[in-house]
Design a protein around this ligand. Structure first.
Ligand code: AMP
Length: 206
């Protein structure tokens, strides 16, 4: 199955995508993770993308589209995939339709006022990439899973969060209309317990 996860930053796309991709046995492809890894490894894409991620703005379509086209051409994505964070503009969605049309699009819906608390409190383990809310950590610097160092993502600082939410409403939200027009959209309430969101996603696919 070729699946897309839509939703604002902080909706829980990454967490849900990890569970759902394992359940469906398809690769979880996160463009945000691909950019963060490219930046860490100082690749040409990383060097180009860094200033956009730091500012909370979208990386130009041409860069993202080429990166995703190459990734979906790999063997493990032949029979299906779960795209998390792509497409984020209508131009990206149109380009994707040209090389790999999705079967279904899940929109994880969470109101803005909840997103800000989730994003400012989000902490990520630098070792295992586990994601936690700071209020749930006994020690806010230590990963409860692997003991690695836990940090706040650079783009989860309040000044950048505002830019990211603005980019979502302006550039990504129109995709809801794009995919509902193609009868591919399934909306799931993301404002509940993660295990319930997971169940509702699976139910929406059946
Ligand atoms: P995420 O981890 O999905 O929140 O993505 C982090 C950042 O990566 C975003 O704020 C953008 O700067 C960049 N990014 C990820 N996916 C895309 C995309 N499809 N189009 C443009 N920029 C993206």
């Amino acid at each position: 199955m070729k699946l897309i996860f839509l939703g604002p930053p902080g909706a829980g796309k990454g967490t849900q995508a990890a569970g759902v991709s394992a359940h469906l046995r398809v690769p979880h492809i996160s463009t945000g993770d691909m950019f963060r890894s490219a930046i860490k490894n100082a690749t040409p894409v990383g060097l180009e993308a860094k200033r956009y991620l730091d500012a909370g703005e979208l990386v130009p379509d041409s860069v993202v589209i080429d990166m995703v086209r190459e990734r979906l051409a790999m063997d493990d994505a032949k029979d299906g995939y779960l795209l998390d964070g792509f497409p984020r503009t209508v131009d990206q969605a149109v380009a994707l339709d040209g090389f790999s049309e999705p079967d279904a699009v899940i929109d994880i819906d969470v109101p803005d006022e909840k997103l800000i608390g989730r994003l400012t409190g989000r902490r990520v383990c630098t070792k295992c990439s586990g994601t936690f809310h700071v209020s749930k950590l006994a020690d806010e610097h230590t990963c409860p899973i692997c003991g690695g160092e836990v940090r706040q993502r650079e783009d989860d600082r309040p000044e950048t969060i505002e830019t990211r939410l603005h980019a979502y409403h302006e550039q990504t939200e129109p995709l809801i209309g794009y995919y509902s027009g193609k009868d591919k959209l399934r909306r799931v309430n993301g404002d509940s317990r993660p295990e319930d969101v997971f169940k509702n996603i699976i139910a929406s696919l059946e």
